[in-house]
Ligand binder design. Structure first.
Ligand SMILES: NC(=O)c1ccc[n+]([C@@H]2O[C@H](COP(=O)([O-])OP(=O)(O)OC[C@H]3O[C@@H](n4cnc5c(N)ncnc54)[C@H](OP(=O)(O)O)[C@@H]3O)[C@@H](O)[C@H]2O)c1
Length: 244
């Protein structure tokens, strides 16, 4: 059975994907602090869990090295869901330097660390496929979320270069960039929830298909890119119901 690794598997979207793929592929689920959305999956014998902070190079190296002492676990496909939001919803001029650093460290440096450390294992496969998460804010910007938006632009640029670097190893890498997705927002602060609801309301009015994306929209696109695609690489695919 093919091996699928999900980084940030306890995220809203990652946990949905993990549940969809359980039974179809052998799962390697990365998590950080919280596991509440994937607790049942992590109890399954066929599912491997791995925990690390994606910003900590040493921690990633050690965890991945020890996981892949078992060569049969080298992944055929990787989905990278982990990310940090601009959850202060402030203008750049008012954003704490610590949050700016954390968003860049997680969404960009952490992503580079993980890809660098995972690549030698993916190169051992006849073919491997990676999907990264961008966001439609990479092309429209995000007021009161500029640092997050900037990192999401960087994700697609990173993929374009890696696609070239790894093409001779038959590793395909693509980015999916959804607009607003209907997720469980119950864990956000009341203020952040209100900010998001207002943003979603305004964005929904601009979507030709008249609704925000759902998990199935995301799954269908990822499933195609990971398991039915042999010629698309370095692309950013927007899942926005026709909106720019
Ligand atoms: N939801 C949307 O509307 C939307 C729209 C466009 C794009 N996206 C993108 O889609 C992806 C998934 O979104 P989501 O809403 O499902 O995410 P989410 O629920 O906010 O989850 C983010 C995940 O990242 C993990 N994480 C954060 N910092 C980490 C670190 N230093 N080390 C390891 N893991 C870390 C968190 O783990 P802990 O909580 O344990 O720290 C959490 O599981 C993200 O890349 C997001 O930018 C989402």
């Amino acid at each position: 059975m093919k091996k699928l690794m999900i980084i940030g598997a306890n995220s809203n979207i990652g946990a949905y994907l993990a549940n969809q793929y359980y039974g179809k592929y052998e799962l390697i689920l990365h998590f950080h602090k919280d596991t509440k959305r994937i607790t049942d999956l992590l109890r399954q014998e066929s599912v491997k869990g791995v925990q690390y902070d994606i910003c900590n190079y040493e921690e990633i190296s050690q965890s991945i090295e020890s996981l892949f002492t078992d060569k049969s676990l080298y992944p055929d496909a990787v989905i990278f869901c982990a990310a940090e939001r601009s959850n202060d919803f402030k203008k750049l001029a008012d954003t704490e330097a610590e949050l700016i650093d954390r968003i860049i460290a997680t969404n960009l440096t952490g992503l580079c660390y993980n890809l660098k450390i995972l690549m030698p294992y993916l190169r051992q496969k006849d073919k491997a496929s990676i999907v990264l998460f961008g966001s439609n804010v990479s092309r429209i910007g995000l007021m009161q979320g500029s640092v997050y938006a900037a990192t999401k632009s960087a994700v697609s640029n990173l993929a374009r270069s890696i696609a070239k670097e790894e093409s001779s190893n038959n590793i395909l890498i693509n980015v999916i960039s959804p607009g607003p997705v209907a997720i469980d927002a119950s864990h956000f602060s009341e203020e952040y929830r209100a900010f998001r609801e207002d943003y979603y309301k305004k964005q929904s009015g601009l979507i030709p298909l008249s609704r925000v994306a759902n998990f199935t929209d995301i799954y269908n696109t990822i499933d195609f890119l990971l398991f039915n695609n042999s010629y698309i690489t370095g692309e950013e695919i927007f899942i926005t119901g026709g909106a720019l």
